[in-house]
Design a protein around this ligand. Structure first.
Ligand code: ARG
Length: 465
């Protein structure tokens, strides 16, 4: 028997049951749904629709059901299409007819939107915290190798030397923005749809604002149609995680390169590498490849939902049930990758001798020679041309660049080729050299701190029990 059997003569076909059931995946919402249901019950009591005693009794039943889900004791009945129906059915088993009052003034449409907003809000915070932990791990690596430097690349061609700290901070800044973006998305997510009913609100004296407060939401919905129909908060969260996935993918690609014999800049700890089933000598950076590979499904989850949402008429449509699996998957994948990558970086050994040798490539001084000429008053275009000519002669004559420069400008640029010299010269604000690092580090620490604190502030410190 379904919840709507009053209106129907025939049972639902097995094919439709199989198509429409969501319990196998939406039971992940059991905790948030139970919390929201308890708040709804308390709201009904405040509205005089349940006595205090009835409400207490119902909330106790919901807590019992929470325990059943937690310990894996919950038994699904064949009629439980989704987690919401399962909880209502079980509450009715536990407290009899009183259970039939729990859905007063509520539809699964506002119920599911509430559960999703609650879940997404918490998930955004959770993933953002792991994101900040990965940023911390990058900063820790930078701290372990304060003087290490490597070539900075453009087009993956050696361009100019950069401190390892500068390079790792660049990734940390991107991660800080990913966490900040999660916080911003959480702010828009943090609105309670409960009380919107199926689409048009209620004739009963409900007070959505007080229920919103009870659940730690920033405010209640303003429009019942919008409250039940909108899933932009889900799309936004999926974007936050897709963007994070893209950033993690770039980190992964870099780790793959750094740990090749060709680059040789870094080695990952044994605990974060894998061997080959055939080739005994292999030590593979699978962790980095999976970080790179997972971005595909994170982007897919976002685009899939956007296509689902496109063209849906107001208000609730069953298509919206398709918002769940992408969310659960994206959150799960982000957690997996973030934990593994943070561990991988903490295990990383950086070979600063190898990276310094690459960065001390004399050609990387070409720009500094041009800039020195600029200081002498030569127009930059002309200085660039001159330095370029010196590079071309060295390459065509197969001679050392430093020798060609010395021949043209005896004594003038000899200091430029000392190891690390061009790096020391990068001193403008935000630049890659040692003189600019402290200020950047202070700013980074402060930003990470502000984001961390504001994540908690936005969430009002409430979590599902
Ligand atoms: N499981 C459904 C979902 O995820 C709950 C809402 C069902 N509402 C309805 N009118 N059929 O969207």
């Amino acid at each position: 028997m379904t919840l709507w059997s009053g209106r129907f003569d025939e049972e639902m076909s097995d094919a439709l049951v199989a198509l429409s059931e969501s319990f196998p995946f939406d039971q992940a919402l059991s905790d948030v749904d139970l919390t929201a249901s308890a708040a709804h019950v308390r709201g009904l009591a405040r509205a005089g629709l349940l006595s205090e005693e009835e409400a207490t009794h119902l909330v106790a039943a919901l807590e019992e059901i929470r325990g059943e889900f937690r310990d894996g004791r919950f038994v699904r009945a064949a009629s439980d299409e989704d987690v919401h129906m399962a909880i209502e059915r079980r509450a009715t088993e536990l407290v009899g007819d009183l259970g039939r009052r729990i859905h007063t003034g509520r539809s699964r449409n506002d119920q599911v939107a509430t559960a999703m907003r609650f879940f997404v809000r918490e998930a955004l915070r959770d993933v953002a915290r792991l994101t900040l932990d990965l940023a911390d791990a990058l900063v820790e690596v930078a701290d372990r190798y304060p003087n290490a430097y490597l070539p900075g690349y453009t087009h993956l061609q050696r361009a100019q030397p950069v401190l390892l700290s500068h390079h790792l901070y660049a990734h940390a800044w991107a991660l800080a923005r990913d966490a900040e973006r999660a916080r911003d998305a959480a702010r828009r997510t943090n609105v309670s749809p409960l009380g919107a009913g199926a689409l048009a609100g209620s004739s009963l004296p409900l007070d959505p604002a007080s229920v919103a407060r009870d659940l730690g939401f920033r405010e209640a919905f303003a429009n019942s149609l919008d409250a039940t129909a909108s899933r932009d908060f889900v799309a936004e969260a999926l974007f936050v995680w897709a963007m994070l996935g893209v950033d993690l993918s770039r980190l992964g690609e870099e780790l793959v390169l750094w740990t090749t014999a060709e680059f040789g800049f870094a080695t990952l700890g044994d605990a974060f590498t894998t061997g080959s089933s055939m080739l005994p000598h292999k030590k593979n950076s699978d962790v980095a490849e999976l970080a790179r590979g997972k971005s595909g499904r994170l982007v897919g989850n976002l685009t899939g939902l956007l296509v689902t949402l496109k063209g849906l008429p107001l208000a609730y449509n069953r298509d919206l049930q398709e918002d769940k699996e992408p969310v659960f998957d994206s959150v799960h994948q982000c957690r997996l990758v973030l934990r593994a990558l943070a561990g991988a970086y903490r295990s990383l050994e950086f070979h600063s001798d190898v990276s310094a040798e690459a960065a001390n490539d004399p050609l990387l001084a070409a720009m500094d020679i041009a800039e020195e000429l600029v200081v002498d008053g030569v127009p930059f275009r002309q200085a660039h041309e001159t330095a370029g000519r010196l590079v071309a002669s060295a390459l065509t004559q197969g001679r050392a660049f430093a020798d060609v420069v010395e021949e043209e400008y005896p004594g003038r640029f000899s200091g430029m080729f000392a190891p690390g010299e061009t790096l020391r010269r990068r001193r403008s604000p935000g630049a890659s050299g040692p003189l600019a690092q402290d200020a950047q580090r202070r700013r980074l620490d402060e930003t990470l701190d502000v984001v961390r604190r504001s994540l908690d502030e936005e969430m009002g410190g409430i979590s599902p029990k």
